[in-house]
Design a protein around this ligand. Structure first.
Ligand code: SF4
Length: 235
């Protein structure tokens, strides 16, 4: 009996638009980088934990002094948790952040020889480290694309820009990993974060000056801000 051939996968009709969108973001934000000040993977790990529910500017202010006091995982592991809490107090949620930093650093000392590991499986074993933080550390400190950073900006923009319909960060990340080339996982998340901070803000997206407006299918964009004549457009 002749073997039945499996039909080819259906073409994705939105793929050309997504490709133009990714290229437009690359042109608009070619130098987008992580804004958290750091000199090594440990500092980036600590800064990323501190950045939850806090601006990068505030985190950078706090870490300027923090990183002079605490220079190794042993320093955090041995510290008085009350002293650490006071150092990071202005970043908010300081008690749970202090506990996370200290527990993570104890694990670094006890299990990883005092070094920040460079794999997703090991990073998410650290207290207070989930995929978002692990993706930041892997992508920025080690240049490894094991996933896509989905913070509040990436989550919002991926949905507004029609890159996903999912409603959890985990599912949004999986959708982006399926449709974005791996070589773009790190840079795309930086570009979406920059776009979300500067233009596609949560409450008042600045659609009139948006460099990807012509490629955006957000249902609320026209209601929020109609493009003004002469505004820049992606080709
Ligand atoms: S057009 Fe408006 S909603 Fe769409 S990406 Fe640009 S700023 Fe965001």
């Amino acid at each position: 009996m002749p073997r039945r051939l499996r039909p080819p996968p259906a073409a994705d009709p939105d793929a050309p638009r997504r490709g133009r969108l990714y290229r437009a973001l690359e042109r608009a934000y070619p130098d987008a980088q992580c804004a958290l000040r750091h000199r090594n993977p440990l500092e980036l790990l600590v800064a990323t934990i501190l950045s939850a529910q806090c601006t990068d500017e505030r985190v950078n202010l706090v870490t300027r002094r923090l990183f002079e006091t605490y220079r190794s995982p042993e320093d955090y592991a041995r510290a008085s948790v009350e002293a650490l809490e006071q150092e990071i107090r202005s970043t908010g949620f300081f008690r749970s952040k202090a506990r996370s930093i200290q527990a993570a650093c104890r694990t670094l000392v006890e299990r990883f020889g005092g070094r920040v590991p460079a794999t997703m499986a090991e990073l998410v074993e650290l207290h207070g480290v989930a995929r978002k933080t692990a993706n930041v550390v892997l992508g920025v400190a080690f240049g490894r694309a094991e996933g896509v950073v989905v913070d509040t900006h990436v989550f919002r923009l991926a949905r507004r820009l029609g890159l996903t319909r999912s409603d959890t960060p985990e599912k949004v990340e999986q959708d982006l990993m399926r449709t974005v080339p791996r070589s773009r996982w790190i840079s795309l998340s930086h570009q979406l974060i920059h776009h979300g901070r500067r233009v596609c803000k949560a409450r008042r997206p600045l659609c009139a000056v948006c460099p990807v407006e012509t490629l955006c299918c957000a249902p609320d964009k026209a209601l929020a801000f109609a493009p003004s004549p002469g505004a820049r457009r992606a080709p």
